[in-house]
Write a new protein. Structure first.
Length: 197
C-alpha cells in the first residue's frame, strides 16, 4: 500500500482504479454516464486544480514569502513556483476547454455566451472564467517568468513584474468567488437569476 502513496502517478492511477470499482459495484446507477457528464466531471476536476492552485498562491505562498529567510526563497522561486505555475496554467486551459465542450454537447453554448435566460448564470460564469484564464496565460504567466528569473530582466522590471503578477492573481481570486457561485447556481437551478432575469 505504501508503494501506491509514495508515487503521485501510482496514487492518481489508483484513484481511477477505485472509480472503476465503484462504477462496477453500482453499475446500474452509473451505466448512463453520457459524454456530457464525462466532460463535466473532467471540467470539475480541472477546475478544482485551477482554483485550488489559485487559492494556494493567494492564501499560502504570497503571504508566506516575506516570512521565509532570503537564503531559503530560491526553493520556492526556482522549484515550487514554476511547477505550481505549470499545473496552474494547464488546469486553467483544460477547465475552459472542457467547460466549452460541456456547453456545446449539452446544447447551450450560444445561449450561455449571449447571456440568454435560462443560461444567464452559467454564461456569466463562463465569461468570468474566460477573463480569468486570459489573465493566467497572458498577464500572470509572462510576468511570473520575469519575476522568477525564468526570463532574465533588470531588477526593476523583475520587481514590477512580480507586483503585476500578484495583483492580477488577486483579481482572479476576487473573480473566482462570483464565478464559482454562478456555476453552482446554474447547476442547481437556483431562483437567484430567475429573479434578476
Amino acid at each position: 500500500m505504501a508503494s501506491i502513496f509514495t508515487s503521485l502517478g501510482r496514487t492518481v492511477f489508483a484513484g481511477f482504479v477505485l472509480l472503476f470499482i465503484i462504477i462496477l459495484a453500482f453499475g446500474n446507477n452509473f451505466a448512463s454516464a453520457e459524454l456530457p457528464f464525462i466532460f463535466r466531471w473532467l471540467h470539475v476536476m480541472c477546475g478544482v486544480m485551477w482554483i485550488g492552485l489559485l487559492w494556494y498562491f493567494n492564501f499560502v505562498q504570497i503571504p508566506s514569502m516575506p516570512k521565509i529567510p532570503d537564503e531559503q526563497k530560491p526553493a520556492i522561486s526556482k522549484v515550487i513556483a514554476p511547477a505550481a505555475l505549470f499545473w496552474f496554467r494547464y488546469a486553467a486551459l483544460f477547465t475552459v476547454l472542457t467547460g466549452l465542450i460541456v456547453a456545446a454537447l449539452s446544447g447551450y453554448l450560444h445561449q450561455a455566451f449571449t447571456l440568454q435566460a435560462p443560461f444567464r448564470a452559467i454564461g456569466l460564469g463562463m465569461w468570468i472564467a474566460l477573463i480569468m484564464a486570459f489573465n493566467v496565460w497572458f498577464i500572470i504567466w509572462p510576468n511570473q517568468k520575469r519575476a522568477l528569473g525564468i526570463v532574465t530582466v533588470e531588477a526593476d522590471v523583475k520587481a514590477k513584474s512580480a507586483r503585476v503578477a500578484m495583483l492580477t492573481s488577486r483579481l482572479n481570486t476576487l473573480l473566482s468567488v462570483p464565478m464559482l457561485f454562478l456555476m453552482s447556481a446554474q447547476s442547481h437551478n437556483t431562483s437567484w437569476f430567475v429573479i434578476v432575469s
